[in-house]
Design a protein. Structure first.
Length: 98
């Protein structure tokens, strides 16, 4: 199993539509680690770590998000694999806005 770590920025109507909580639920179902937060510029940031296939599944889901969201763009950045150690063991959390 290949472990990967990604940083994803999601743009569009992604705040105030349960995007963060829905992302947490999706990530939990996929057994991923990391977190999601709103950014002051209106985007959502997702930091995710886990097996390659599950991370790819979450990224695919992020392109549409929950029912009320309207995603216009996502930017995916590869992170070094040692970044996985930054995340709480086996948890995906909703973080405070920065």
């Amino acid at each position: 199993m290949v472990l990967v770590c990604k940083q994803v920025f999601v743009s569009g109507r992604v705040q105030g539509v349960f995007y963060r909580e829905s992302t947490r639920q999706q990530a939990d179902a996929l057994k991923l680690r990391g977190g999601v937060r709103n950014l002051r510029d209106g985007r959502v940031e997702v930091l995710v770590a886990g097996d390659e296939e599950s991370v790819a599944s979450l990224i695919k889901w992020l392109k549409t998000g929950p029912k009320l969201a309207k995603v216009s763009n996502i930017e995916v950045i590869d992170m070094p694999s040692e970044s996985i150690d930054r995340f709480d063991n086996r948890r995906f959390e909703v973080w405070m806005t920065i």
